[in-house]
Write a protein that binds this ligand. Sequence first.
Ligand SMILES: Cc1ncc(C[n+]2csc(CCO)c2C)c(N)n1
Length: 199
Amino acid sequence: MEPLYCGTSPIVGFRFSLHPMSGNFIKIIKGALNRTDTSNVWMHTDDVSTVIRGKQNQVFNVAKAIALHAAKTGEHVALSGTFSIGCPGDSEGDAYLEKSDELPNQDATPQYVSSQFALYPMNNPAYMEVIYREIDRAKAHGVFNESMHYASGIHGDIHDVFAFYEESFTHARSEEYRHLVMTLSMSINSPSHGGNAHA
Ligand SMILES: Cc1ncc(C[n+]2csc(CCO)c2C)c(N)n1
């Protein structure tokens, strides 16, 4: 029998949930999903989460736009999810790999976000070197907040933070080790940020 290798599909997936700290949560979740142009990704929403799949640049464009739409309600919103690349899995989204590189969501409104991420370079024996290199990258981007157990704190303007995440997701994998998982937990408009857009 053929062994089951991971790592042939260039499709990126992001499975995430929005958790608005508001009685208006249904409108905030549905509004953020509906106001975002998702025509360049495969998307499916269920009672727990939403998954988007497609080209890396399109997936990150949609992820940031959804977070920004939720943020613009002014409510305190949490977003948590998992990015993955390199496992063939199902091929439902594969058609979206032929989409252009034009990014449909271009809202540049500034928005402070605080987040934590963790990289899991699957099967890479040098995974700790990869992680330390990406922490250095966060420092160079000016978005590093703090070290902590099991994750690293990343904060700043949403556009800088997502630009870092996409770059890190690109560099934490290689031709040899193509399967990468990255977890993300983000807090937006938190009272802990003191009403200061750049706490
Ligand atoms: C991004 C995202 N997708 C789905 C859910 C699950 N969910 C919880 S309430 C609700 C609206 C009413 O059906 C939905 C879809 C979520 N929380 N965040």
